[in-house]
Design a protein around this ligand. Sequence first.
Ligand SMILES: C[S@@+](CC[C@H](N)C(=O)[O-])C[C@H]1O[C@@H](n2cnc3c(N)ncnc32)[C@H](O)[C@@H]1O
Length: 250
Amino acid sequence: MSGWVKIAGLGPGNEALVTSEVTAALAEATDVVGYIPYVARVAKRPGLTLHASDNRVEIDRSQHALRMAAEGKRVVVVSSGDPGVFAMAAAVFEALETGPDTWREIPVEVLPGITAMLAAAARAGAPLGHDFCAINLSDNLKPWAVIEKRLRLAAQADFAMAFYNPRSKSRPEGFVKTLEILRQECEPERLILFARAVSRPDEAICIATLAEATPDMADMQTVVIVGSSLTRVIERPIGPIVYTPRSTPE
Ligand SMILES: C[S@@+](CC[C@H](N)C(=O)[O-])C[C@H]1O[C@@H](n2cnc3c(N)ncnc32)[C@H](O)[C@@H]1O
């Protein structure tokens, strides 16, 4: 079988943050499959067909990619950030697991990318320098009760936390509830970082405390990082640094 699927992460937005492995895969591809804004980031060229689709059709898109690879095409499935973080890699494997046995012979490779929380953390300093967790706040693919339980337990365990998909127009109440839960579990001075459009021209980074945070500080272009109880700010004339120390005292 000459066809293959490579599931590639395009990073947070800036072309300088696309890995050379991903650039090489795109140069070899016959077909690129993905959500409309991510496919729009791939340069058109002769011999390359771009297949852009809506974000609610991840499994259909994955099946399409696997079918084309089974026919001998070289298919790159694109995600933003890293494809294994709330993105297409798991969807492709779900389609592979439930698809025809012949699909199991298709070479499938995951090409990592820089995920939003790491790009955001790097901008601020090192807020994820000690133990942390990542939570997708969208309840499209899981019940809200699961999100609430994970949030509460992560806060009680004193993890730093990164929140993806924090607040969409169709479910604005989720982030309101998130802030309420955090206020029940953490002190008002706890640091919270709103990192919007990281590495893009419209990037905006806002460092606040939990007491100052308001729901409208987040949207779907934002990754939110909540510090642990040890996360602190170094104030400097040229801008603050947020970091979490490497060690936790006894
Ligand atoms: C469906 S998730 C995809 C995550 C992606 N696979 C990654 O690894 O970054 C989309 C969410 O990622 C976050 N995100 C993606 N790119 C971002 C960026 N450049 N700046 C801030 N947040 C970003 C936002 O929270 C957004 O709602």
